[in-house]
Every structure is written in structure tokens, then in C-alpha cells.
Write a protein that binds this ligand. Structure first.
Ligand code: SF4
Length: 381
């Protein structure tokens, strides 16, 4: 049976991406770690039986989400391959984000593949060992990450590279794109996910780039998406979609990718036609859901507003009914520029960054320099 792609009609009933933070344990100590990971597992992380039950609940959404087992380091969980197998048996598409530690062996990757993992998320913050290792707080992390990419290549497991952009590596974007696009990784790196810092966990506010620098980064990403052998998406920077959509009327030096009709811009599907993978208007709580190692339910990993507690609460009920999720799912609830913005249905700004910097998850995206109403097609909307 052929399934229709996830659409804006699914926002109110099912997430597109479900992130399960399987454990806080990780042997690294990265400077910008969302989870503020620790060496040993927390005593209250979900036990195997509860984790299996959580997976079944995820599979019971009207439209099955993709599930990502994250952490900490998911390989620190002894039952991780059992969890993967169970998710696959429930017809879920599974991704895994192993950390670059000695646990990430070829054998572990083989086991993950045998269990049914369909993609790996691997973190890489710079194209050189000196910068990447300083980021990660661990000498040899870059070498280990390259080794992991080699395992994935041998085993033909598609990889998404996750890069956190901060002041430390902003100037390295071009070098990073060239590195990832090299022949060495041909056919393995399918996606580059560029994460724009949220100052939570160990992510420090002074490491944020400025709003104009976001625009510089967006233009670079747009070019990479056309020229490099991998797709590009942003994480916690949905205004990249606004940047791409505005090329329709303001093409800069970029060939016009497609023509917009009036009324097209609030249609999230338009973005997908632009051949970029950051889909629809997915953002925190609107197509995204996150469950912590101890079962707390959040709209996103970077938006620490507890909306429920698994197993006491059903993740399906929370996604469909909790007032915070409901508020996030309607961009007309956003405030300031994001409320007035003609791109709110495809962008909406990072709700996590708004919360981290203002304490209000509905406030305007603090790191967007677009002034609503600049688009002549939408004057007065
Ligand atoms: S104002 Fe808000 S909705 Fe509009 S482009 Fe900027 S972040 Fe997106």
C-alpha cells in the first residue's frame, strides 16, 4: 500500500519526528550538549519494558512518526538493539545517533543494521581534528567520527551529519561543505543537518551567531544544497525556509527555482517543491515530539516545558490535546514579528530559542532579522 506523504493536515494528530532520549549516559563532554550528558546512566531512566511500551505507543499515532533513538549516547544502553528491533517490528522508521566513543564499533553498527536501523545521525562540527576535538572536549573524536563514517560506508547505512553552528565554526562552513562533499563519503552522507545553537544545556549564549550571520549562512546552505551530493536542512532555524521562499521574488544571484502563485507561500508543500528537504512547517511541537530518558514529554529536545509524564500520560493524548502542543501547532498564536509574518505557516521561528531567550515559547524568533510585510505579494496580510 502506498502511503501519502506527511502533510500539514497531520500536524494536529501525529508528529513527523519522534525523538526518544534513551539515556543521559555518554562518555563525551561536548561544550554545547543539549542533554548535559553524564558518564553514568541516571537511576530513573525508563526500563526496558517501559521503553518497549513507549515504542508501541509511538506506533499507535494515526500516522506513524519516524523515531530517532538519541541520548546521551544510545549505545550506552544494553538493550538498544532490542529497542530498535521492536520499533521496526511496529513498522516505524528508525534512526540512531551514536556518539564518537569506543562503543561505536563496526560490530555495533552491524548490530544496528541487522536490527533494522535505516539511518545514522553522526555529529561533526568541523572539518579538522583540532577544531572538532576542542568542541567535543575529547582528543581523537574527529578521528573516531571519520572511522564511524567508514563503518557506515562499508555497511551501506545512510548518514545524516549533524553540525552545531556557533561562533567557533561559523567561518568554517565552506570548508565543512567541501569536506562532507568529498569522494571519500560519496553515497554515505545523504543529509547535512545544520543546527543553530539554542542556549540551553552547555550551549552558551555568547556562542550564538548574529541574525545577519544567519542570513549569510542560509545563502551558503542554499548553494550547497544545489551543488553538493547531499541534501541540506536546518535544525532550530526554520527561517531558512523563508530565505529559500523569498528567492522566488528576490532571486539574488541564484536561478529562480520555481514560480510562486499568489497564495502559494502559506502552503507548506511549496517548500518541498523547492527540492529542499526541510519539510513543511515542521517545528517544535508542530510535527516534533521529544521524550526524555525518564519519560518527560516535551514539544522538542530544546524546549524544556514538561507537558506530561510517560507512562502515566499517553504520548498520543499529549500531542493531540495538551494546551502547549495545541498552542504551538497554530502559528496564529505566535507573537511579535512571527505573528505578523507572512511566512509563519512555513517558518514560525524557533520556539525553543524564543523560550530560551524570553521565557515565552510563543514569542517572536529572537534571531531573525526579517521584517514582515517586505514581500510585496503579501503586503497587508
Ligand atoms: S519573523 Fe518569524 S515567521 Fe517570519 S521569517 Fe522570521 S522567524 Fe520566520
Amino acid at each position: 500500500m502506498q502511503h501519502l506523504p506527511y502533510s500539514k493536515n497531520d500536524f494536529g494528530t501525529s508528529p513527523l519526528m519522534f525523538y526518544y532520549e534513551t539515556t543521559l549516559a555518554c562518555d563525551l563532554a561536548c561544550k554545547h550538549c543539549r542533554a548535559s550528558a553524564q558518564e553514568k546512566p541516571a537511576g530513573d531512566e525508563l526500563a526496558t519494558e517501559q521503553a518497549l511500551q513507549l515504542i508501541e505507543q509511538v506506533a499507535s499515532f494515526p500516522r506513524k512518526p519516524n523515531i530517532c533513538f538519541t541520548g546521551g549516547d544510545p549505545l550506552k544502553r544494553n538493550d538498544i538493539f532490542q529497542l530498535i528491533q521492536h520499533a521496526v517490528s511496529q513498522n516505524l522508521t528508525v534512526a540512531l545517533t551514536p556518539s564518537a566513543t569506543p562503543l561505536a564499533t563496526r560490530q555495533a553498527f552491524e548490530q544496528a543494521k541487522d536490527a533494522g536501523v535505516q539511518a545514522l545521525g553522526i555529529s561533526l562540527d568541523a572539518p579538522t581534528g583540532a577544531v572538532h576535538d576542542a568542541f567535543r572536549g575529547f582528543d581523537g573524536s574527529f578521528r573516531k567520527t571519520c572511522e564511524m563514517l567508514g563503518f557506515a560506508q562499508d555497511l551501506k547505512i545512510p548518514v545524516q551529519i549533524n553540525t552545531s553552528i556557533t561562533r567557533r565554526n561559523f567561518h568554517l562552513l565552506d570548508a565543512m561543505a567541501d569536506f562532507l562533499g568529498s569522494e571519500d563519503f560519496a553515497g554515505t552522507i545523504m543529509m547535512w543537518s545544520v543546527f543553530f545553537l539554542i542556549p540551553v544545556g552547555r550551549g552558551l549564549e555568547e556562542q550564538r551567531i548574529t541574525p545577519p550571520e544567519y542570513e549569510v549562512a542560509f545563502e551558503k546552505l542554499w548553494h550547497y544544497a544545489k551543488e553538493k551530493p547531499f541534501a541540506v536542512k536546518t535544525t532550530e532555524a526554520p527561517h531558512y525556509r523563508r530565505f529559500v521562499l523569498r528567492l522566488g521574488s528576490n532571486p539574488l544571484d541564484v536561478p529562480r527555482p520555481f514560480k510562486f502563485a499568489k497564495g502559494d507561500r502559506e502552503n507548506p508543500e511549496t517548500f518541498s517543491r523547492a527540492r529542499h528537504r526541510a519539510p513543511l512547517g515542521v517545528t517544535d511541537g508542530r510535527g516534533i515530539m521529544f521524550v526524555s530518558h525518564r519519560g518527560e514529554i516535551y514539544p522538542a529536545g530544546f524546549l524544556p516545558i514538561t507537558c506530561g509524564q510517560f507512562p502515566k500520560d499517553s504520548v498520543v493524548d499529549v500531542y493531540q490535546q495538551h494546551p502547549v502542543f495545541k498552542a504551538l501547532q497554530n502559528p496564529d498564536n505566535y507573537k511579535g514579528n512571527c505573528r505578523r509574518c507572512e511566512y509563519r505557516f512555513v517558518c514560525g521561528g524557533s520556539r525553543s530559542r524564543a523560550f530560551a531567550l524570553t521565557g515565552d515559547y510563543l514569542e517572536s524568533e529572537p534571531d531573525c532579522c526579517y521584517q514582515p510585510g517586505q514581500d510585496p505579494l503579501y503586503a497587508g496580510l
